[in-house]
Design a protein around this ligand. Structure first.
Ligand code: 5GP
Ligand code: MG
Ligand code: MG
Length: 179
């Protein structure tokens, strides 16, 4: 699996440092609150589990799986809920945890539905942001790092369901896409 990687963008140590900083900001902003942390499956799973273990406050966890159809490396305009939350968001401080914001379609859709469900507040924490590719005007409140316009894998992020279990984030060798 490691042989498929062209270059490492963020080592586990880099990711740990990013998470410590984000967790400090989030703990400060949510002091005394009991936010509902919504992990967007599957890509954000590693990030969410590491992030919440660095928070000082009580939190509740829930999961949502959404899919935006398209080819393997690019999303289409359509977003569909594959697995919805178990928890009601009405009156809750919702913190959406995402792996990466790319076109912004997924995020703008999620924010829209949580608004219609009467969340008290909605904020977004993303590990990575690709602002160059934005189609929908949407910004995360907490951004781990900005990434160039390259398709990244590892630490939860996949290519064709592989590479999620890499402990770092990297870029695949071009021949992997051509197979
Ligand atoms: P958006 O709706 O913002 O275009 O895309 C959001 C989703 O597409 C992300 O949550 C992620 O699952 C997937 N995605 C976007 N960019 C990348 C990337 O560089 N690598 C991987 N593996 N997934 C990506
Ligand atoms: Mg995602
Ligand atoms: Mg994916």
């Amino acid at each position: 699996m490691n042989d498929d990687i062209l270059k490492v963008l963020y080592s586990k140590q880099d990711i740990d440092a990013i998470i410590k900083r984000l967790a400090g900001e989030i703990s400060r902003d949510y002091a005394g609150k009991n936010p509902l942390v919504v992990c967007i499956l599957k890509g954000a799973i590693m990030f969410m589990t590491d992030l919440v273990r660095e928070l000082d406050e009580y939190v509740e966890l829930d999961f949502m799986d959404v899919s935006s159809y398209g080819n393997a490396t690019e999303s289409s305009g359509e977003v569909k809920v594959i697995k919805d939350l178990d928890t009601s968001v009405a009156g809750r401080d919702v913190l959406i945890v995402e792996d990466i914001v790319d076109t912004g379609r997924t995020l703008s859709y999620l924010i829209k539905i949580f608004k219609t469900r009467d969340a008290k507040s909605i904020k977004v924490c993303t590990l990575m942001d690709k602002p160059d590719r934005r189609i929908k005007t949407v910004e995360a409140d907490y951004v781990g790092t900005q990434v160039p316009n390259e398709f990244v894998v590892g630490y939860g992020l996949d290519y064709a369901e592989r590479y999620r279990n890499l402990p770092y984030i990297g870029v695949l060798k071009p021949e992997i896409y051509q197979n």
